[in-house]
Design a protein around this ligand. Structure first.
Ligand code: WT7
Length: 567
């Protein structure tokens, strides 16, 4: 029997107080995610149950019980307090998927500070804009990433401490740097959790938009109410599960469902800190007897490419429930997984801003391959007419996905950018920025984004950010960045570039520019192709018309060009 039982029955009379009650939270009381994920689980008698089964490169591994993660979070929290870190200070986690990332996250929350996880593959420029915007006071990192921090620290006067968790004493520490080793620190048994309340800020995740710099999506401790119940009903997490979320906590999936949801439920999860390979992934599932697996379409498509033979070489019979998020899950992938694993991937739809799943396919409910499913109980989801912003009643008609504000995990603002936050609402609907249609059974079908943001392998990349970085390259005079189709990653970044005089439009130049972006921003933001052009299509007001270049890449109709500069 699944946790949710009947979706239809859950819909009737749904109230989030159900989740509050299960968690023993009384409105108006204190609520702290760090405490809920550790102390509470220990108090419930699960202190010795494995919380984290971690595996690193080359097969190194380690298991932490709920009592271990409780102590580790206390120890990190205590250390940060000793450095003068106060509630609401921003503490950045800039780490690979090592245990300190997960334990540090909980420690930061326990002292009431704000956790700001950043993807460790980010280059110095990506890091700089996010630390600057958040006025981050502490960054926790590891030796292999510290050089990126050193490059930008002079531009970050508010950054007080750079903590290195794996310092080996070989090279001297530099200014503001500190060595902290979790294994060597004295474990802190008794710890007073900071008295955060429902609306106290918890996590700050940066996400890319079409214009302007990345935005800091600010969440609060009350988000737990939604993350807990969605993890329970959608991922169907149960007491004896071994859960694997493949996402990196640098992104919201890796925190909402790679830390908070499963540990709030007291469920054992495993983490693999190494790159993707079909062989390594199947071996991991087999070795740890993974039962619930939450992954992403790009990974699933990569597994499809690796073929069925390799699946047969592994015993994957432990798998009970599969789910996916981040980009459109094509029907082929659902049908394929049903054939080779004997179960379909259940698509889920949500965003950094929504903090928790909004639309999903539920255990026990018919999966329509290619559809995202139906809104979670308590969530009012509609598609709006793009002109009137009124809900569309007609089945199958495409509109803007929108939600009635007020679910527990909804972002509370964009950091330091209330105006952009307010612009996300119209007629008291939260606008997701995506388009979809709803069929006559209430299932949502994703159509596309309503902006120029590129979704490559489930990660959002702002064309504006890539264009800005390209301009910093000496060879580039002007550029326009759009997506182009890709079999595995769905979309990849493509740049149209006008070179400055004296630079050769050849393959070597292309590689130099690509590498420049990879190092400055990230491997995801790196254009997979650079097309040299003599001019770029612009509007009369001088704005580059990405829409035209996009249509060209996707073989779509170009549409209205009446505002083009040269016709
Ligand atoms: C955007 C949000 C929260 C999950 C990680 C991504 C796209 C997300 C789906 C899906 C089609 C999807 C949307 C959305 N997206 N899930 N199931 N089908 N598209 O969080 O980085 O904030 O990205 O990812 O475009 O707006 P994010």
């Amino acid at each position: 029997m699944s946790n949710i039982g009947s979706y239809e029955e859950r819909l009737a009379g749904f109230d989030w107080s159900l989740s509050e009650k299960e968690l023993g939270y009384i409105p108006g009381d204190r609520i702290n995610i760090g405490w809920y994920c550790t102390d509470r689980i220990c108090q419930m008698g699960m202190a010795d149950k494995p919380a984290l089964i971690w595996e690193g490169l080359g097969g190194s591994g380690r298991t932490y019980t709920f009592n271990d993660i409780r102590l580790a979070a206390n120890t990190i929290g205590h250390y940060l307090q000793g450095l003068g870190v106060k509630d609401q200070d921003r503490v950045c986690l800039f780490l690979d998927k090592i245990p300190e990332l997960y334990l540090g996250f909980l420690g930061i929350l326990k002292i009431g500070a704000i956790a700001q996880p950043l993807f460790s593959a980010f280059g110095d420029e990506s890091l700089l804009v996010r630390l600057e915007n958040a006025e981050t006071s502490v960054i926790i990192t590891q030796r292999k990433h510290v050089s990126k921090v050193r490059k930008i620290r002079d531009q970050l006067p508010q950054l007080r401490h750079i903590i290195i968790v794996d310092y080996d004493g070989r090279k001297p520490l530099q200014e503001r740097e500190l060595a902290f080793s979790l294994d060597e620190a004295a474990p802190v048994e008794e710890f007073e959790v900071f008295p955060t309340e429902a609306e106290s800020p918890s996590v700050l995740h940066y996400t890319s938009g079409t214009t302007g710099m990345p935005k800091g999506v600010q969440h609060v401790h009350y988000s737990l109410i939604a993350q807990y119940l969605t993890a329970k009903w959608v991922l169907d997490l149960q007491d004896d599960d071994i859960y694997w979320c493949t996402a990196d906590p640098g992104w919201v999936t890796g925190t909402s469902y790679g830390i908070i949801g499963p540990w709030g439920l007291g469920v054992t999860q495993c983490v693999l800190d190494s790159g993707f390979s079909a062989e390594a992934w199947y071996r991991f599932i087999e070795k740890h007897r993974v039962t619930v697996w939450y992954s992403a379409p790009t990974a699933i498509r990569s597994l499809m490419r690796a073929g069925e033979e390799i699946v047969k070489q592994h015993d994957l019979s432990s798998l009970r429930h599969l789910a996916s998020v981040g980009e459109p899950l094509n029907s082929e992938a659902v049908i394929w997984s049903e054939r080779v694993f004997g179960k379909p991937f259940h698509d889920t739809y949500w965003q950094t801003e929504t903090g928790a799943m909004m639309i999903a396919n539920y255990p026990g409910m018919k999966v329509k391959p290619g559809s995202m499913g139906r809104p979670f109980p308590g969530i009012t989801g509609v598609v709006l007419d793009p002109n009137s912003h009124e809900p569309i009643a007609e089945a199958g008609k495409v509109g803007l996905i929108a939600f009635k504000p007020g679910w527990p995990a909804m972002m509370r603002t964009y950091w330091n950018n209330e105006a952009t936050y307010q612009a996300k609402f119209v007629n008291n609907w939260y606008l997701s920025g995506d388009r979809a249609s709803i069929d006559n059974e209430g299932y949502f079908w994703f159509v596309g984004r309503d902006d120029d943001v590129i979704n490559t392998a489930g990660h959002l990349v702002s064309p504006f950010e890539v264009e800005s970085a390209l301009l910093e390259h000496e060879a580039v005079a002007e550029s326009a960045v759009v997506s182009k189709p890709d079999e595995v990653n769905m979309e990849v970044v493509k740049a149209f570039v006008m070179l400055n005089p004296g630079f050769e439009p050849d393959a070597e130049q292309e590689l130099r520019i690509m590498n420049f972006i990879r190092k400055k921003l990230s491997p995801l933001a790196m254009p997979q192709e650079i097309e040299y052009v003599d001019s770029l299509p612009k509007t009369r007001s001088g704005k580059i018309m990405r829409r035209l270049l996009h249509a060209q890449e996707w073989g779509e109709e170009i549409g209205d060009t009446s505002t083009l500069e040269d016709e």
